[in-house]
Design a protein around this ligand. Structure first.
Ligand code: IVH
Length: 678
């Protein structure tokens, strides 16, 4: 392929990905399956790997946190984005005020005191009220254009409107992007549940999210924008003070800080600072100090700048705080997905005004790194971070009886074995089906569509049933009929909804081996792996007694997943639950035994619309015969199944001389191999 053809293909893929990002994140109406979206993504990635010199600047493929920023376009700021001087104590604050008074003798000076947001400075351009550009601070002179990511920030007006005032032709607003504390904690919990890395503090999380080259990822992050200044306005806004500017921005729809003060003396500024330092934990966002600005804009102009900093403003930073205390004990908490997290119980200590009595140690690796033991004296540190952390252990104060900490062998909640395959950072309880800590997730998964598909058993039911203690584990679902009276007593649960629920539960008993394996929620065993396991082992008995080496040889099962499977079936309580499920009457037809896997190792592609079956079904049939179903056609493709309106893939297959089957021919072939009656 020549360069222009590669670029054309890249551009087309990027455009498609953008369209689908928009459909998914902005319109909330995805038009393609996630797997199809992934295919677009992989195709683009493969092209980029082959032609790294042709990677497009707006390519959405690079998902890693520390993205090379050169991938974004850069732009020189019309008005440089300067930094602020710092003061750290009352003396320095008063010196700042004195310098101002000397330059503005005999003038009354009012100070505007704002929160100093701990995020990332950005500049936003609005042309005729429409957001046209978002640029990072960069080095203050030149920043990166991140308009797409900025557009995903929910509290940021994309279009300005006002009933009472004129919308400027050009408005450049400055402010900070950050992640509010609540969103940060939610994001970290989600990251942890997915086994992905957590962020140290909201600032890092916000920075990592804004720098995402993939706006879809940025969109999924709970970012917020707070405005703190106007860099340009055409025609001029005519405002005369900082506080009026903030009010004006707020009227236009921008969020401004949740606290703001006007002080008539520098002593009042000091008092305000102390007050905010005390109230800091109650704020919804993380701040690392206050910003003190001369309120009058004319005075600001008179004061001007000293090199890169305004003379009319300063940051007043909060001191980072640490305190010494002792570790009384370590508890292991079990999360909803079974991860074990060590939590140090501390002798309660005040760290910068907040009493800290628990701190997470994240994982056993962190315990080893710090070499922290029960009885140790530790420094607990809290800076911008919401979450205090153990920063240092003082071995010189270690008492003789100090106790080393090791991973518990059994889950503190359900006593199932605790497991941690080599190469994994997190330990987990293996009693996924039985453990009370994992109950909700296990039930939700078990009843989900691709598992046992008990549609009637939604979250509302599950919550009520847990409250009544009628669902201790998934096997209890099949005993619910013995509690009919109790269920009828539930608010808003009439005879009809209870009967519907029972019917749905009854219907779910007839399932497939693959769906049942998937429903167990074994770590690493998604839908496809479950299908592979069902095809390879044919019976549930064979799977539950499988040796690790046999599992490792199963297509789609990696070494770590093989270990998770073994651990799962070794946890005695899981087996109890499974036995009760089978005793309740869950059953399936034996999978059609592919005596051999005639398509083993072949790569097939399905394209276009199939009329007599879904793509999922076609994929399943091919996989059952040993084929891999791929998203793109290459010289290695064995065969292409082309439905209606097949496009570029079909063309490519024809060009490469790859066999193509239409739907009828495909069905006939499948019937021949016992996959579907013709
Ligand atoms: S005003 C001439 N107000 O602090 C600079 N900055 O050290 C005017 N910041 O990168 C900046 N909160 O992003 C201003 N309420 C606030 C602020 C604030 C946070 C950041 C800003 C800048 C840094 C300066």
């Amino acid at each position: 392929m020549d360069k222009t053809a590669v670029v054309a293909q890249m551009r087309q893929l990027i455009r498609l990905i953008q369209v689908h990002n928009h459909a998914y994140h902005v319109m909330d109406q995805p038009v393609i399956e996630d797997s199809e979206y992934d295919q677009l993504f992989h195709q683009l990635k493969a092209l980029e790997q082959q032609h790294p010199q042709l990677i497009q600047s707006d390519s959405p493929t690079d998902k890693v946190g520390d993205v090379p920023l050169s991938r974004f376009e850069t732009m020189t700021h019309m008005v440089p984005m300067l930094s602020l001087g710092n003061v750290f104590n009352q003396e320095e604050l008063f010196a700042f005020a004195r310098r101002i008074e000397e330059r503005l003798p005999n003038q009354t000076i009012q100070y505007d005191v704002e929160l100093k947001f701990d995020g990332l400075a950005i500049s936003l351009w609005y042309e005729n009220g429409v957001l046209t550009r978002g640029v990072t601070r960069g080095d203050g002179e030149t920043g990166e254009v991140i308009t797409q990511n900025v557009r995903t920030i929910r509290n940021l007006p994309k279009v300005l409107s006002s009933d009472t005032m004129e919308i400027p032709q050009l408005l450049e607003v400055r402010g900070e992007v950050l992640m509010p504390k609540a969103g940060f904690e939610r994001l970290n919990a989600e990251q942890e549940a997915r086994g992905e890395k957590t962020f140290a503090n909201p600032r890092n999380a916000a920075a990592g999210s804004l720098r995402q080259l993939d706006p879809a990822i940025a969109a999924a992050r709970p970012l917020a924008f707070y405005a703190y200044g106007i860099a340009q306005c055409e025609p001029p806004h005519g405002l005369s003070s900082m506080s009026a500017s903030l009010q004006w921005l707020s009227d236009l729809g921008f969020a401004v800080g949740e606290r703001q003060f006007i002080c008539d003396s520098i002593q009042q500024v000091q008092n305000t600072y102390e007050q905010i330092n005390r109230e800091r934990p109650a704020l919804s966002v993380e701040i690392d100090g206050m910003v003190i600005k001369v309120n009058d804009l004319k005075q600001q102009q008179q004061l001007g700048f000293l090199s890169r900093e305004p003379r009319w403003a300063t940051a007043y930073k909060f001191p980072a705080v640490a305190a010494l205390t002792t570790v009384e004990n370590i508890d292991w908490q079990v999360g909803r997905t079974g991860t074990l997290t060590p939590v140090a119980r501390l002798n309660p200590v005040s760290v910068g005004g907040v009493t800290v009595s628990n701190v997470t140690l994240h994982n056993i690796g962190e315990i080893h790194r710090l070499d922290v033991r029960i009885g140790d004296t530790v420094s607990v540190y809290r800076s911008g971070d919401v979450i205090p952390k153990v920063e240092k252990v003082w071995p010189e104060f270690r008492p003789e009886h100090a106790m080393q900490i090791s991973l518990p062998a059994q889950c503190p909640v359900c006593s199932s074995p605790v497991v941690m395959p080599e190469g994994e950072a997190l330990a987990r309880c293996s009693g996924g089906l039985y453990c009370a800590a994992q109950r909700i997730e296990a039930i939700r998964h078990f009843v989900s569509r691709k598992a046992l598909d008990i549609e009637g058993l939604g979250d509302r039911w599950v919550e009520s049933l847990l409250r009544l203690d009628l669902l201790k584990d998934v096997a209890d679902i099949y005993q619910l009929h013995t509690h009919r009276e109790q269920l009828l007593g539930l608010e808003k649960m009439g005879e009809k909804s209870v009967q519907n629920l029972f019917d749905a539960i009854e219907t779910s008993k007839k399932t497939t081996l693959a769906a049942f394996i998937y429903a167990l929620g074994i770590r690493g065993v998604g839908e496809t792996t479950a299908r592979m396991l069902a095809n390879s082992f044919q019976t549930f008995e064979a799977l539950r007694n499988a040796e690790i080496d046999t599992l490792k040889k199963t297509p789609d099962v990696g070494d770590i997943t093989a270990e998770w499977i073994i651990d799962f079936f070794r946890a005695p309580h899981n087996m109890e639950v499974i036995d009760r499920l089978l005793a309740a009457g869950i059953h399936w037809d034996a999978p059609i035994a592919p005596t051999r896997q005639p398509f083993n190792g072949e790569s097939w592609v399905i394209t276009g619309t199939l009329s007599q079956m879904g793509r999922d079904e076609a994929t399943q049939m091919l996989q059952a015969l040993g084929a891999r179903v791929s998203g793109s056609v290459s010289a290695k493709t064995r065969c292409v199944v082309a439905g209606e309106k097949a496009g570029s893939k079909l063309e490519k297959a024809e060009k490469l001389g790859i066999p193509v089957l239409d739907e009828t021919a495909f069905l006939a072939l499948m019937a021949e191999y016992g996959q579907r009656s013709a």
